[in-house]
Design a protein around this ligand. Structure first.
Ligand code: ADP
Ligand code: MG
Length: 696
């Protein structure tokens, strides 16, 4: 199938092909990202207006939308320009008025002559004790009353569009709806009581009351499932393609691993050993690995990653580990290098900072195979970085990168096995949406001896107390992070807040005790500040959220977060994870600016109650919504128009297993159901999947 199936053509024409849509309306639609009838149909009404006819306005709780049969009475033209044109009307019980501004009397007299019977529908309100309907939405002779829908859908609008226009265009789009073959598993259809696609789209746009707007209503649930299924099918196709691609089999001899483990002051946890074994199996198989290592902050992912890298080095290949920030890349280097050197493994760092001759020398060594493991930022995937024999690519803190970037990485790796690591525990539905194409290893256990972090929620009004507490802690040799708020999205504002706080703390705590690190600092200064803190030369590190991911200073036992109420829960959890890594009791102070809203208080309370990243993540999702939680744009999380990831987690899981099952029995999508699924992929604009099935 090289192009869009013909049966979908009517849905992919220009919107101007719809009745009542001219260039102006088309422009308005474009502002809402509606470019085709298909897009319009995926915009579902968010409310309905009850326009069922009643006998009288009498007794109705006003203001309210009322539909009623009336006899037209006297017309009273406006007394002055801009005045109201009034028509007295009588329903079964009482009199009221229809009111028109700028009403043209000739037109109104011909449309609703005195003595005529009409059905009128519109919002009735009391004005000076009189019931009146200003500019009725509908005003039709009795024999046309059926034209007024009992329940009129309400759409979200952009400037310049009216409900009337949108309803009319939707009706015209519905008239083009093709009947499509079913792509959903018949058992699933029956179990959920779903109707065929065509019927479901119509129902969704012609709700019969508020219940039909519920995400759980059969029509909406089915359309949501279509979205999830199309997405999972894309991921499953990607997974199938990747596994088909011949991977490289890397089998280690265990020599380097054993030597490193012997040098470690601790033993791997059971969870770490399990993950290391799962990865080694993948590396040794001829299939290409595409695996996610998920583990809460501090669960020890770095060791697992290093063991995996050692397998490929033992097999005489190379590995690369990419971190999202310079600080993290450098930290990996500092942490791993001593271990690597003892084992005779050559580890090198490459970041955007490497320039000129030094960079060229590193690249040459890499190409010769003299560097075994390359650690760095995204710079490691620049065009001119060539490996001698790359076997394994690891991406740390994957949540900073999107699905698309990850797939690109896999493509660049030319058959290399891929391991991505994330410290952001995410709810199952989101994990499936984001990582549905991968296999997952989970570190569900933390290294022993971790003490819980004492978490307190306090107002910024108590800043002085906090500072004096800090002074005592410093005297005891403890170290502390002080995180400044993310003010709006602006790095510059971030900076001022952090710099001001730095100056103030330096003034009260003393010169040389306080360090500062933020994203816009020159690289060398950043390193120096981190190194000084790591070495214990400074006791307090004032920082923006650059320290959010991965930074590891075990002696730091206090985390102060200013304006905690404006951070995301997952982010706060990450930040708190920076302490509680050593043997000392740790404290996390979440400072808020009073007054704190009820919802804000609730969110911070959760952090006080639990350190379980998964519980925190689920709560965050419930309270904020999926897009907000990960920041859709940066997460690469697909944007679902109808599906609701918070409430339809179950459907996502079904979609994944169904998509994988379909591909197992019909890998090329050639059965009748497979062909129907292809149409779905086109309908849902799943370009990537379409590319995969076109070549496959
Ligand atoms: P994360 O999963 O957040 O990346 P790290 O890999 O940075 O965690 O590990 C956190 C800390 O725990 C490090 O100081 C590391 O040396 C230590 N660590 C890792 N594994 C173990 C273990 N099995 N026992 C004790 N400490 C460990
Ligand atoms: Mg880490």
């Amino acid at each position: 199938m090289s192009g869009r199936p013909e049966i979908l053509f009517p849905l992919f024409s220009e919107v101007e092909a719809l009745q009542g849509v001219g260039p102006k309306t088309a422009q308005n639609f474009a502002q809402m990202a509606i470019e085709t009838p298909r897009d319009l149909l995926f915009l579902l009404p968010y409310s309905v207006v009850d326009r069922r006819t009643r006998a009288t306005v009498k007794g109705v709780d006003l203001p309210a939308v009322v539909t009623v049969e009336v006899t037209i009475g006297e017309h009273r033209a406006a007394r002055n320009r801009g005045g109201a044109y009034r028509i007295l009307v009588t329903d079964a019980e009482i009199d009221f008025q229809l009111v028109f501004f700028h009403g043209r009397s000739r037109y109104l007299e011909s449309q609703v002559p005195e003595g005529a019977r009409r059905v009128v529908s519109g919002k009735v309100e009391l004005f000076d004790g009189l019931a009146q309907m200003v500019h009725p939405d509908h005003m039709v002779p009795l024999d046309e009353a059926a034209e007024i829908p009992e329940f009129e859908p309400v759409y979200s609008l952009t400037q310049g569009l009216t409900q009337k226009t949108i309803c009319k265009s939707v009706r015209s789009a519905l008239a083009r709806l093709p009947e499509l073959e079913e792509w959903i598993d018949p058992a699933q259809m029956a179990k959920e009581n779903w109707q065929q696609w065509h019927r479901s789209v119509v129902n969704a746009h012609q709700p019969n009351g508020l219940d039909d707007l519920d995400a759980r209503s059969p029509s909406r649930a089915r359309l949501a499932y279509d979205e999830l299924f199309a997405h999972q099918l894309t991921l499953a196709l990607a997974r199938q393609t990747e596994r088909k691609a011949r991977g490289i089999s890397s089998i280690g001899n265990g020599r380097l691993q054993a030597s490193v483990l012997a040098a470690l002051p601790y033993k791997p946890t059971a969870a770490q050993s399990r993950a290391i074994a799962e990865i080694a199996t993948d590396l040794g198989s001829g299939k290409r690995m595409n695996r996610l290592l998920q583990g809460d902050v501090g669960s020890g992912k770095t060791l697992v990653a290093f063991m995996a890298l050692l397998v490929v080095v033992e097999a005489e290949g190379q590995g690369v580990m990419m971190a999202p920030t310079e600080i993290l890349a450098r930290q990996h280097l500092d942490g791993l290098r001593p271990l690597a050197e003892d084992a005779g493994v050559v580890l090198e760092l490459l970041t955007g900072r490497d320039k000129g001759a030094e960079r060229r020398a590193k690249l040459a060594a890499l190409e010769r195979g003299d560097i075994h493991i390359l650690v760095g930022t995204h710079a490691v995937f620049q065009q001119d970085v060539v490996f001698h024999d790359l076997r394994l690519a690891i991406v740390d803190e994957q949540h900073r990168f999107g699905v698309r970037q990850r797939m690109e990485l896999a493509e660049k790796g030319q058959g290399a096995d891929v391991l991505v690591m994330t410290a952001t525990p995410i709810p199952r539905s989101l994990a499936l949406a984001q990582y549905g194409d991968m296999d997952i290893s989970t570190l569900d256990e933390k290294p022993p001896g971790r003490k819980p972090v004492k978490t307190a929620v306090i107002s910024t009004e108590r800043m002085e107390e906090v500072i004096s507490h800090l002074r005592q802690a410093i005297a005891q040799g403890r170290q502390s992070y002080w995180v400044c708020p993310l003010v709006e999205e602006s790095e510059v504002m971030d900076l001022t807040a952090a710099e001001d706080r730095f100056k103030r703390l330096r003034a009260v705590l003393g010169e040389g005790i306080v360090g500062l690190v933020h994203g816009q600092m020159p690289a060398a200064e950043k390193d120096a500040a981190m190194a000084a803190f790591q070495a214990g030369d400074t006791s307090v590190l004032v920082a923006t959220t650059v320290i959010e991911v991965g930074v590891n200073v075990p002696n730091a036992s206090i985390m102060v977060i200013e304006r905690a109420e404006i951070f995301g829960l997952a982010q706060l959890h990450q930040l708190r994870g920076r302490v509680g890594r050593g043997s000392a009791e740790s404290t996390c102070l979440l400072m808020y600016q009073a007054p704190l809203k009820e919802s804000g208080r609730k969110r911070l309370e959760i952090l006080r109650e639990t350190e379980d990243g998964f519980v925190i993540a689920e709560t965050d999702l419930q309270m904020r919504g999926a897009g907000d939680m990960i920041g859709t744009a940066q997460s690469g999380l697909p944007r679902f128009q109808i599906a609701d990831l918070e409430r339809q987690a179950g459907l996502m899981a079904v979609a994944q297993s169904d998509a994988r099952a379909l591909l197992t029995t019909d890998p090329a999508l050639e059965s009748p159901r497979g062909r129907a699924a292809r149409v779905l992929l086109w309908l849902m604009r799943q370009d990537r999947a379409i590319r995969l099935i076109s070549v496959g």
